[in-house]
Ligand binder design. Structure first.
Ligand code: 15L
Length: 267
């Protein structure tokens, strides 16, 4: 990997990877729809709206690998999801095909499978159970990645990211937290592992309270260094007592409870 593109580089994960991947690859091309801090040595700055295919082609030209973080990072009205997360991801993958990019790390989300109950441990083989329009867009991106892997030979690591941050922020996040160094490790596996065709893994640290069987990530060499447990006591002490029962029942939490109108919850 000589030149690696990070889309969505202005977001929290993008800003963190800009630091942790600095010097790992000779050139990092950093792109977002909004302006970024000026380029330093080994960096290129790009400003692209991913719903614009011509601009996306220019954005990916000359890169060897892509970390696709761009798009809307939470629930939104359908027109926003459609442009940013459906049309946008299609443009990025198709531009990668047209320009010969061989490897993509796709930031998908726990919300692609958020309607699995917390009582169930799930692995990378479960069918999608999105908990939101946003979750549907992430399931779409996983399906689109599968197509581009099978039909065009692009290698994909789809990382269902839990919750990224320097520490877990509530009870739900104790089960899905991922630290900056663990996510960096997974992203590097996605770009550098010699045999990736199409893989789904969970982007979570080694959390004792995890809802995931992340064996596929371990098989690829992932050895997370962090665990949310040392934060558990403080996090649980700060947890509100009146949690929504639907949010509590399902892995996706409030994404499941929002707009919920089913008469009976499904297991
Ligand atoms: C996500 O997919 C979002 O991008 C992030 O903002 C958080 O909401 C996270 O999931 C989460 O579930 O905590």
């Amino acid at each position: 990997m000589q030149r690696v593109l990070i889309t969505g580089a202005a977001g929290g994960i993008g800003r963190s990877l800009r630091e942790t991947l600095r010097g790992v690859y000779p050139v990092l091309r950093l792109s977002d729809r909004v302006p970024l801090a000026p380029a330093r040595d080994g960096e290129e700055i790009d400003q692209t709206e991913i719903s614009d295919m011509a601009a996306v082609r220019r954005m990916v030209e000359g890169v060897d690998g892509i970390i696709h973080l761009g798009g809307n990072s939470g629930e939104a009205e359908w027109p926003v999801i459609l442009q940013s997360n459906i049309v946008g991801v299609y443009h990025v993958f198709d531009a990668a095909r047209l320009t010969g990019v061989q490897r993509i790390v796709m930031a998908t989300s726990n919300h692609a499978v958020g309607f699995y109950p917390r009582a169930q441990t799930i692995d990378h083989r479960v069918a999608p159970r999105p908990d939101s329009r946003y979750g549907v867009s992430k399931a779409f991106s996983e399906a689109l990645a599968s197509l581009y892997a099978d039909k065009h030979g692009i290698g994909f690591l789809c990382v269902r990211i839990g919750n990224f941050g320097t520490q877990p922020i509530d009870k739900r996040r104790l089960s899905i937290w991922i630290s900056p160094r663990d996510l960096t490790q997974l992203v590097r596996i996605g770009l550098e592992h010699p045999d990736i065709r199409y893989e789904i893994v969970y982007g979570v640290s080694n959390n004792r309270r995890s809802w995931y069987d992340n064996a596929n990530a371990y098989r690829l060499g992932y050895r997370p260094e962090d665990d949310s447990e040392p934060y558990a006591e403080a996090v649980l002490a700060a947890e509100p007592a009146d949690a929504d029962p639907i949010a509590e029942r399902y892995q996706g939490g409030t994404f499941c409870a929002a707009e919920f109108t089913a008469k009976t919850p499904r297991d």
